[in-house]
Design a protein around this ligand. Structure first.
Ligand SMILES: [Ca+2]
Ligand SMILES: [Ca+2]
Length: 261
């Protein structure tokens, strides 16, 4: 067997199984993505959108969760799996545009993004939530799963944001607070620009296997006011790429044909 053939065999039997394990660690299952928009001054949740539920008359075909007595009240705006949206007025909030993204559209790793711009004609609080209940972590015992929350935007009112993980993979389960903040633009007559970044790690004892991620934003206005924001929540990749590169270098080094002296 030539040195080159031996090197190829070593690479195949060493690196391929490692790649297989690493890909399994970061790959979530089919996403179950939900968007809620609720004016707290009106009874019940006002808007509930479930990804890929386009025909509200055919709900018997939908086998996913319908928590807290919510049934989809507005059809999914986007044909892409992993994108949900709502555009319209909700009570004193005369216009609100929301787009929520997750997998598979946002890739194979756990990641969600919530974008919103809301205009009010009066006082009230609007709660906008994006949840995905079907992420998966194969974190080993003693390991941890790390999440990053990025938030930015502008507000004339009071803006509060929280990102959450739930180990039982329940939608609207706020078991672990991952990040967020409170940004108060009420005192500023000309509004407030804000930004924040939070990194949180959960141990394998707290989070493993199937889990849910959620973004919950609360917008409080007192008149003709505008708030806009974007929140990006993602599972930070473990240092697998660096580890893999090191393993490949070691294998290549050990299988390199030796020069004759
Ligand atoms: Ca309501
Ligand atoms: Ca969709």
């Amino acid at each position: 067997m030539s040195a080159t053939t031996r090197m190829h065999r070593i690479l195949f039997f060493t690196v391929v199984p490692i790649l297989w394990v690493l890909i399994g660690v970061v790959m979530p299952c089919h996403a179950d993505l939900m968007l809620r928009v609720d004016n707290l001054d009106t009874p019940e949740v006002d808007v509930f959108v479930v990804d890929q539920v386009f025909n509200l008359g055919g709900l018997s075909m939908y086998s996913g969760a319908s928590p807290n007595n919510n049934t989809p009240s507005v059809a999914d705006q986007y044909i892409q799996e992993g994108a949900v949206g709502f555009t319209g007025g909700v009570g004193s909030f005369s216009m609100s545009v929301t787009v929520g993204l997750s997998g598979p559209l946002l890739g194979e790793e756990a990641r969600m993004d919530l974008f919103n711009v809301t205009l009010s004609g009066g006082s009230g609080t609007l709660v906008v939530e994006l949840w995905d209940t079907d992420f998966h972590s194969n974190v080993v015992a003693g390991g941890q799963t790390t999440f990053q929350t990025l938030v930015g935007g502008t507000t004339d009112g009071l803006f509060e944001i929280g990102t959450y993980a739930d180990d039982s993979a329940a939608a609207f389960g706020t078991q672990y607070l991952l990040g967020g903040g409170t940004f108060d633009g009420l005192a500023d007559s000309d509004g407030l620009a804000f930004a924040g970044e939070t990194v949180t790690a959960l141990s394998s004892a707290s989070l493993s296997g199937n889990y849910a991620l959620g973004i919950r934003a609360s917008i409080t206005h007192t008149g003709l006011e505008v708030t806009s924001f974007d929140v990006d929540l993602r599972q930070v990749p473990e240092p697998a790429a660096g580890l893999l590169a090191l393993i490949v270098l070691l294998v290549l080094g050990s299988s390199r044909p030796r020069r004759r002296s």
